[in-house]
Design a protein around this ligand. Structure first.
Ligand SMILES: CC(C)(COP(=O)(O)OP(=O)(O)OC[C@H]1O[C@@H](n2cnc3c(N)ncnc32)[C@H](O)[C@@H]1OP(=O)(O)O)[C@@H](O)C(=O)NCCC(=O)NCCS
Length: 202
């Protein structure tokens, strides 16, 4: 799948978002230049101002470095962003691994929140995971935004304890903060029991 320069309009989910002339692009990590990293960093610094200060000097990621970015542009500014990295999560009780598109750095510029842009962004995420041929999307989030993702079709993995490495590199265990998007496989096929993300949160 070649997506280096692919552009496409966001999903038709939100008529409010459709009113705004937001242009969506999908970019592989190594195709981004310094100015683009700066534009992404500026958005993330605004959107995550209350929770993290890592987004400085073109450092447009927080934990694991993404491999793919989904960008919403408006009049030359990046106003929406999500990132994806493909990885295998381990289900230790079944001695098996599951391929997921691990999603993070989901952000809409504060001036544009509440207008449907986040929903359009997550539609673009779902479309991209499908185009990548992935069985599932996966993400971790705090309770405050769980309902946002629920509205976008994601399901809480509340019964599945997650072991992961946080942005601060600390080992996090027995968390129940995972969310699942069935893409090419059904939610019913997701293995029961704990999940290990043997890598850092994106
Ligand atoms: C979370 C975020 C991406 C949502 O973007 P947004 O453009 O405001 O979302 P939308 O306007 O498209 O909202 C879509 C739906 O989710 C709901 N929603 C939005 N934010 C929500 C929240 N924090 N909690 C619960 N529901 C929320 C909206 O009410 C809307 O519901 P509706 O379809 O019934 O009308 C945005 O608030 C943001 O960037 N926040 C800061 C960064 C962040 O916390 N990212 C997530 C980290 S895991």
């Amino acid at each position: 799948m070649s997506m280096t320069t692919t552009e496409y309009s966001g999903g038709a989910r939100s008529t409010r978002a459709a009113e705004a002339p937001v242009r969506w692009t999908t970019r592989w990590e190594t195709s981004l230049d310094a100015a683009e990293h700066d534009a992404i960093t500026a958005l993330l610094a605004h959107s995550y101002a209350s929770t993290t200060t890592v987004f400085t000097h073109g450092h447009s990621w927080a934990g694991a470095r993404p491999e793919l970015r989904l960008l919403g542009h408006h009049r030359g500014e990046v106003v929406a962003h999500a990132a994806v990295i493909r990885r295998f999560l381990r289900a230790p009780e079944h001695d098996t691994s599951i391929l997921v598109g691990d999603v993070g750095l989901v952000a809409v510029h504060p001036d544009r929140q509440g207008l449907g842009l986040g929903g359009a962004l997550m539609d673009t995420v779902a479309t991209t995971l499908h185009r990548l041929g992935l069985p599932y999307g996966f993400l971790t989030c705090g309770r405050k935004v769980r309902d946002f993702y629920r509205r976008c079709g994601w399901q809480p993995l509340s019964e599945h304890a997650l072991r992961s490495i946080g942005i601060d590199l600390a080992l996090e265990d027995h968390r129940h903060n995972g969310m699942l998007l069935p893409v090419l496989r059904a939610a019913e096929d997701w293995p029961s029991g704990p999940i290990e993300r043997n890598g850092q949160e994106i």
